[in-house]
Design a protein around this ligand. Structure first.
Ligand SMILES: *Cc1c(COP(=O)(O)O)cnc(C)c1O
Length: 381
């Protein structure tokens, strides 16, 4: 294990120059199979569903960035979360936040429930509710912080403690913070999961997922299911994520600086009634965020005084901010959760305000972002 700092590990861990050619960049091993010298005698690779060197490089690098021992890469964030669900048996229960990522909610309620795995959803900012929910003996506690779209901050260390008292496995979806700002394994989580589609890839050009853990037993079970169920990413997609990860630290610093500037601008704008950004001192989770994060991330949400009509007007009027789902790319994106990312959550405990806009603040010049929002907001007054 190298003891380089995060920024150095993002560029070098798992990615030494290629031993056969000296290529500085990790080659894209675009192969499904590998030559064997005798039956079952090979160089550690026999078939690319089981393992591929480009994927191995990504898995090692991501493990290092999360302060974990073992990494596994998947075809999407949902494929990663689905593979974690294979750790469960009929009769087991999952505890998740009431504003868990919509795709995860759909997996829990529309798929896992049919296999005899129940889920409960609580507001995990209230630790008393988390403790009360432990009475139902969940096998797995799955949480995110910051959450989507209200950017609630959950106290990962305290929730992990409560869960471990009851022998539950703690899984943290670290997609919104990225390992640069938050390392859940260090805070006591057993497993970290990512949609590498977002900040890790960082350029809105790939869909992928990853799981990281320090537990050999959990890793071996997940590795077995990664191969057995087969939701693996191709070598090119692994390479694209690896390339993105190299610049994670500089991107995240800029995302956070721009997000703070945008949040401060929105807070003072007369068309806005409320802003959610964990870096603002009046955010309810600000103190916990300061304790468990090194930076407050690039996501900002705001509520329009003019409600749904005003939000739709602004959403259609920005030029730098592109109206699109997803987040975490270098370009700024704008989302109207009520009609876009959160429109399909029927029966979900989460109610999203029609006047809410969610911003994935990119790394453009902050003033261009503010000018763009200003001209769009002026139309909504
Ligand atoms: C996008 C996202 C996912 C799902 O990842 P995909 O790569 O789209 O499958 C899971 N969790 C969070 C928090 C996300 O933002």
């Amino acid at each position: 294990m190298s003891r380089w700092r995060f920024e150095t590990r993002a560029i070098h861990d798992g990615q030494p120059p290629d031993p056969t050619t000296g290529a500085v960049m990790t080659p894209i091993y675009q192969t499904s199979t590998y030559a064997q010298s005798e039956p079952n005698v090979h160089k550690g690779y026999d078939y690319s569903r089981t393992a591929n060197p480009t994927r191995t490089a990504l898995e090692s690098c991501l493990a290092s960035l999360e302060e974990g021992t073992y990494g596994l890469a998947f075809a999407s964030g949902m494929a990663a979360i689905t593979t974690i669900a294979y750790l469960l048996n009929p009769g087991d229960r999952v505890l998740a936040p009431d504003d868990v990522y919509g795709g995860t909610y759909r997996l829990l309620v529309q798929i896992l429930q049919r296999y005899g795995i129940a889920s409960s959803f609580v507001d995990m900012t209230d630790l008393a509710r988390v403790e009360a929910a432990m009475a139902a003996r969940p096998r797995l506690v799955l949480l995110e912080s910051p959450t989507n779209p209200y950017l609630k901050i959950l106290d990962i260390a305290r929730i992990a403690e409560l869960a471990h008292v009851h022998d539950a496995l703690v899984v943290v979806d670290n997609t919104f913070a990225s390992p640069y700002f938050q390392q859940p394994l260090v805070l006591g989580a057993d497993v970290v999961v990512h949609s590498t589609t977002k900040y890790l890839g960082g350029h809105s050009d790939v869909v992928g997922g990853a799981v990281i853990t320090n537990s050999k037993e959990i890793y071996e079970t997940l590795k077995f299911h990664q191969n057995a169920a087969g939701a693996i990413p191709g070598p090119f997609d692994c390479w694209v994520v690896l390339r993105g990860v190299k610049t994670l630290s500089v991107r995240m610093d800029r995302h956070a600086a721009n997000a703070l500037a945008v949040a401060q601008f929105l807070r003072d704008h007369p068309a806005i009634s409320r802003v959610w950004y964990p870096g603002l001192p009046d955010h309810p989770g600000h103190d916990v965020a300061r304790r468990q994060m090194k930076g407050f991330g690039g996501m900002v949400s705001c509520l329009l005084k003019g409600g749904g009509r005003a939000a739709r007007t602004v959403a259609a009027a920005t030029r730098v901010f592109i109206l699109a789902e997803s987040l975490g790319g270098v370009e700024s994106l704008l989302d109207h959760p009520a009609s876009m990312t959160h429109s399909s959550l029927e029966g979900s405990p989460l109610q999203v305000d029609e006047g809410l806009l969610r911003l994935s603040v990119g790394i453009e010049h902050a003033q261009d972002l503010i000018d763009d929002l200003k001209q769009a907001l002026d139309r909504a007054r």
